[in-house]
Design a protein around this ligand. Structure first.
Ligand SMILES: CC(C)(COP(=O)(O)OP(=O)(O)OC[C@H]1O[C@@H](n2cnc3c(N)ncnc32)[C@H](O)[C@@H]1OP(=O)(O)O)[C@@H](O)C(=O)NCCC(=O)NCCS
Length: 291
């Protein structure tokens, strides 16, 4: 290692330095500085920084427990001038130690497939691909009919997406847990941008909170975002996928949403249904390592 680093808990005063070196992490910027202070307050997680000999942060990572056994790593960033010196590795190891000390038995993280440095790094650290996902996003123009990307007019759905009652949780769970999407997802589900094992009480909770929706072609869990929905759970079949995606689209328009984001496991017919509905698609992989 060219510069010796020490790993310590992040502090409020580290925020600005971290904001500086993460400002251009990705072409669109980064979210780390915006969330930094909130993360310091959250009890189920830890924000760690790697500091140089002057105690100045040159790297950051966040670890949280999503369930007593399942840890999640994210926000791994190393100052662009200090990469390939083992700092990302040291941060990842410290975060895994924190999780293991608290009883976690598995740690996971998400990497977009284009991100070769991160994929190589986590592979070298012993992580393996656990499930392949695609997230699709689109802006929902208000007012229908709209013109599709292929120039054709948008076909309204034959089905209406309606809010499910609590009693729908069980059939939705049965259909999901025995179906092809759960197998491809390895029963994982995104909660925001963090993935953990999906359990029946999660569906019950979604139904009770009005986030479970249904149409004859299946169910979705739709979590409100600032200006739209993040659909974090889709239950359908290859024959029904187009219909539920279209019903979702119609519901988004009817509800005046601006953006739709949807996660599907990497199953060709599910991804193709999103493609036909003009979502822009982003493949990403959940990696896992036992602790
Ligand atoms: C990913 C990131 C955190 C890695 O941090 P780092 O300190 O540079 O990584 P390390 O020095 O610990 O690298 C360890 C190993 O990972 C692999 N690796 C790291 N960067 C790599 C690159 N650019 N290309 C190929 N392999 C790479 C190598 O195998 C490396 O070992 P080596 O240097 O002995 O060959 C850093 O590149 C970064 O901040 N990227 C931008 C933010 C980001 O993408 N974060 C991850 C989001 S999921």
């Amino acid at each position: 290692m060219d510069i010796p680093v020490r790993i310590r808990d992040a502090r409020r005063e580290d925020r600005d330095v971290v904001a500086e070196f993460t400002a251009s992490t990705f072409p669109w910027g980064d979210y780390v500085a915006d969330r930094f202070l909130d993360w310091l307050e959250e009890p189920d997680g830890r924000l760690l920084v790697a500091v140089d000999p002057t105690d100045r942060p040159v790297g950051v990572i966040r670890v949280e427990l999503l369930s007593p056994e399942e840890a999640w790593l994210h926000a791994a960033r190393v100052h662009p001038d200090h990469r390939r010196m083992g700092i990302g590795t040291a941060l990842n190891r410290a975060a895994c130690r924190w999780a293991a000390d608290r009883g976690a038995v598995i740690v996971r993280l998400l990497v977009e497939n284009w991100n070769t440095p991160a994929r190589s790094q986590v592979t070298k650290l012993g992580f393996s691909p656990a499930a392949s996902w695609v997230w699709g996003e689109k802006s929902v123009a208000d007012g229908a009919p709209r013109v599709r990307a292929n120039g054709g007019r948008r076909v309204p759905s034959e089905e209406r997406l309606v809010r499910s009652s609590r009693s729908e949780a069980e059939p939705a769970w049965m259909a999901y847990s025995t179906g092809p999407l759960a197998a491809a997802a390895k029963m994982l589900k995104p909660f925001g941008w963090s993935f953990r094992t999906m359990r029946y009480p999660d569906v019950v909770e979604a139904a009770e909170e009005g986030r479970l929706w249904q149409c004859p072609s299946g169910w979705v869990i739709a979590d409100p975002t600032v200006d739209g929905w993040q659909v974090s759970w889709l239950v359908t079949t290859d024959l029904d996928a187009d219909r539920i995606v279209r019903a979702l689209d119609d519901r988004a328009v009817a509800s005046g949403l601006r953006n739709l984001l949807i996660w599907v496991p990497q199953v060709p017919w599910a991804v193709e249904a999103l493609e036909r509905a003009s979502f822009s698609l982003h493949p990403a992989t959940v990696y896992a390592r036992t602790l």
